[in-house]
Design a protein around this ligand. Structure first.
Ligand code: TXA
Ligand code: MG
Length: 346
């Protein structure tokens, strides 16, 4: 059985030392960040990093994000930052922003999957920062989940799937944001968003920077197509149950659509829906799972992975998922929902 450290109330100094030892001995630790839980290992130890790929069943070509706790570590592992990257770091670190930078190649090779770049972020979570500080190691950490499943946002959701695959879990309670960091790469002065997150296109624009969403944020990758980020190619977040996305601007017409769908298909339909639509849906015999109010995007982002993880237990033939407006963190929520629905849109 993996050891569980309870840091929900406070960080316990002596236990923190034990956790740092696990990292320094090449072990795996599930720990919280402000976005989602990560499975962490010493990013300079290739045997340790190899264990992450095994524990998750992660494809070898998908590089890991390296977590740091101070800017000296940035200098140590990358060839430095340009003025655009500096602006991003000044504005958003510590925080949910990963920047792809030129690597000095002094991290373990499997962290970067052989690329000459590395994704770096400084998490805004005291437990994470303390583990990095005390172990004095950069920590490679993908999201805590078996590959393909939604990222873990609470220990209860991921304990069974990762128990015995890691040495320790550090329970810091539910994560704040609930979806993974924004991943960006600066190309010719333009900030390209490879994976949207809480730090949004609008937030980056507000700094006076040129910014765009990579095409593959909403478009599926075709066979053999070149991608900016290996993670874009891999199947993600999908439950076993068939899930269908209802786009925001169409969700008022959702009821009509569902009624005709139900009439045609004679199947049991569930819906992950807004609080505002709960009653109407129940009235036509649809089992509802409420994601939150449609005006509370942060509340929805906190809940969404846990709800998607829970879908399969209901045995619906189909589960509809209501979409949100593609603005601010809503863009990130929609990026995850489209994948969870395997690009099926009602
Ligand atoms: O919020 C987060 O970012 C969480 C927490 C634990 O920090 N971590 C996370 O890691 O989501 P992961 O491995 O699940 O996602 C990392 C993403 C993948 O899509 C990967 O392809 C991309 O970042 N990535 C990593 N290094 C890259 C690189 N050098 N170039 C392009 N994309 C990279
Ligand atoms: Mg992940």
């Amino acid at each position: 059985m993996s050891i569980v450290y309870d840091f929900k109330e406070n960080i316990k100094k002596d236990e923190l030392e034990n956790i740092a030892h696990v990292i320094n001995d090449g072990g795996l630790v599930v720990f919280p960040t402000e976005t989602v839980y990560g499975i962490g290992a010493d990013a300079t130890n290739s045997e340790a990093v190899k264990k992450i790929f095994l524990a998750k069943g992660r494809p070898q070509d998908n590089p890991l994000i390296v977590h740091i706790s101070n800017l000296e570590m940035l200098d140590k592992y990358t060839y430095g930052i340009n003025s655009v990257e500096k602006k991003l770091i000044d504005a958003f670190w510590p925080g949910p922003l990963t920047i792809i930078l030129k690597s000095k190649n002094n991290l373990s090779n499997n962290v970067t999957a052989g690329l000459d770049t590395v994704g770096i972020r400084m998490p805004d979570n005291d437990i994470a920062l303390n583990i990095i500080e005390v172990s004095q190691k950069p920590i490679a950490a993908p999201s805590a989940n078996i590959s393909g499943k939604p990222s873990g946002t609470k220990i209860e959701d991921i304990f069974d799937e990762l128990n015995n695959r890691v040495d320790a879990f550090v329970d810091g309670g539910d994560t704040d944001i609930g979806i993974e960091s924004t991943v960006v790469k600066v190309d010719n002065g333009v900030v390209n968003i490879l994976r949207p997150g809480k730090i949004s296109l609008e937030d980056i624009k507000a700094l006076g920077l040129n910014v765009k969403l990579d095409r593959h944020v909403f478009e599926d990758v075709k066979d053999g197509e070149k991608v900016e980020s290996p993670g874009m190619k891999h199947r993600h977040y999908a439950p076993k149950t068939k899930a269908i996305l209802v786009e925001y601007d169409k969700s008022d017409k959702m009821l009509d659509k569902i009624k005709s769908y139900q009439a045609k298909n004679k199947i049991s339909i569930g819906a992950i829906c807004y609080k505002e639509h709960e009653n109407e849906l129940k009235n036509i015999g649809i089992k509802t799972i409420v994601m939150g109010s449609r005006d509370d995007l942060l509340g929805i982002s906190r809940n969404i992975f846990s709800l998607i993880r829970g879908i399969d237990k209901y045995n619906f033939d189909v589960c509809l998922i209501e979409g949100v407006k593609k603005e601010y963190i809503g863009t990130a929520i929609m990026n995850r929902l489209i994948r969870a629905c395997g690009y099926n849109i009602l």
